[in-house]
Design a binder for this molecule. Structure first.
Ligand SMILES: [Ca+2]
Ligand SMILES: [Ca+2]
Length: 152
């Protein structure tokens, strides 16, 4: 046995290899955690949008039409005000605190998605596609028109 091969400790190379492997594993784990978190946020947003859709149908049944909406932050404020109205058989929507916030600081609350961004509500006549209305969450990046948007 050659004495110079081993003297009990780890070589620098061995330590570096172990550190590299741990780094890669930690990176994979973090990526997995982030993906899982983003999927959970997306799912929560879909649930919020579905809740709003149901409220909109009750609203329409009572009021004869959906509330107005032009797809901006103000539309999220109008939508919240209309769905929580005491008119007719309202309120039509009981929000959990997390889905309501004043994102633009004007003192008027708006409906928000799981990331805390306003849910953009547009009536059909302003849409290219033929539908009565559209609800849009701008997704994780908070930017409208990107791939991560959640549209209903
Ligand atoms: Ca506001
Ligand atoms: Ca987006």
């Amino acid at each position: 046995m050659a004495r110079h091969e081993r003297d009990g400790g780890f070589t620098i190379v061995e330590i570096l290899v172990v550190i590299a492997i741990i780094s890669v594993l930690a990176g994979l784990l973090m990526t997995g955690v982030l993906i899982a978190k983003r999927n959970a946020m997306k799912k929560q947003t879909k649930i919020i949008l579905a809740g709003i859709s149901i409220a909109l149908e009750s609203y329409k049944t009572d009021m004869g039409d959906y509330p107005p909406g032009s797809g901006d932050t103000q539309s999220a404020e109008t939508l919240f005000a209309e769905l929580t109205t005491a008119k007719g058989f309202g309120p039509y929507y009981t929000s959990r605190d997390k889905s309501v916030r004043d994102t633009n600081g004007n003192g008027v609350m708006e409906l928000v998605d799981a990331w805390g961004n306003p849910i953009l509500y547009t009536r059909g006549e302003l849409l290219v596609e033929e539908k009565e209305y559209e609800l849009v969450s701008t997704g994780a990046d908070g930017v409208q028109g990107t791939e991560d948007d959640v549209v209903m």
